[in-house]
Design a protein around this ligand. Structure first.
Ligand SMILES: Nc1ncnc2c1ncn2[C@@H]1O[C@H](COP(=O)(O)OP(=O)(O)O)[C@@H](O)[C@H]1O
Ligand SMILES: Nc1ccn([C@@H]2O[C@H](COP(=O)(O)OP(=O)(O)O)[C@@H](O)[C@H]2O)c(=O)n1
Length: 220
């Protein structure tokens, strides 16, 4: 069972995917964490993230390893735990530039496909282009949405004290960059089920996705 969950930032992809995977005994992959990890490596190694050629030449250098246990997801870069550093404002503001570079996407997509192929019990993979590009044959595709206001309120709740207005503007800017890039943009697959989470609790979203997976399993 391969489940692809895509959507913009703050729609609930990570929390939903982790909970659904844990409940159904599936593995879990946060593909945004992988793009954040390669961005962190570029920053740490002095690569100018706005120089696409420099990013492309360095794309093959870091070794990124994702742990796929939904109750304890991990990410390392060259053997170093990157879970903390990949969540800084600096990485968040630079990740869209790095993830738009085709050589980066090629490398990370290959990694994602090999992780999905080796997940014995199945996997929930969340990101921006999973249903459209990475795993177009996924058994179930979900596209989560929510209003920019709801997403900004959720995100600024996490980043304690962050200004909701500034958070909303940053989210909108990142979505626009992710949706307009040439290679594998953020997009809903034609066969994805769209779930608007604006007025749903996280628990309701989890139940909705679990029901959809169970329906697929029964039909298979
Ligand atoms: N339906 C929901 N209602 C309220 N808060 C939610 C909901 N879904 C997720 N959240 C909260 O919003 C924040 C962002 O969720 P997250 O799963 O990280 O989104 P994404 O992975 O899409 O960026 C988290 O703090 C999460 O607990
Ligand atoms: N499949 C994916 C996942 C993430 N990304 C990029 O990685 C960034 C960070 O993704 P994320 O899922 O960690 O973002 P948040 O929703 O947590 O803010 C996105 O803004 C995209 O630029 C991507 O290009 N393709």
């Amino acid at each position: 069972m391969i489940v692809a969950i895509d959507g913009p930032s703050g729609t609930g992809k990570s929390s939903t995917s982790k909970a659904v995977a844990a409940k159904l005994g599936l593995s879990y992959l946060d593909t945004g964490a992988q793009y954040r990890a390669i961005t962190w490596w570029m920053i740490t190694n002095g690569v100018d993230v706005d120089d696409a050629d420099a990013v492309a030449s360095a794309a093959g250098k870091p070794t990124i390893v994702s742990g796929t246990d939904p109750s304890h997801p991990t990410i390392t870069v060259d053997g170093v735990d990157a879970a903390g550093p990949i969540r800084t404002q600096e990485v968040t503001s630079k990740v869209s530039a790095v993830s738009a570079v085709p050589e980066v996407r090629e490398r990370i997509t290959e990694l994602q496909r090999s992780i999905a192929a080796s997940a014995g019990q199945g996997i929930v993979v969340e990101g921006r282009d999973i249903g459209t590009t990475v795993l177009p044959d996924a058994d179930l595709k979900i596209f989560l949405t929510a209003s920019p206001e709801a997403r900004a309120a959720r995100r600024s709740g996490e980043l304690k004290g962050a200004d909701v207005h500034a958070t909303r503007e940053a989210l909108i800017k990142r979505d626009a960059a992710d949706s307009s890039r040439k290679t594998s943009p953020l997009a809903k697959a034609d066969d994805a089920v769209e779930v608007d989470t604006t007025d749903l609790t996280l628990q309701q979203v989890i139940e909705c996705v679990v029901t959809l997976v169970e329906e697929k399993r029964t039909a298979a």
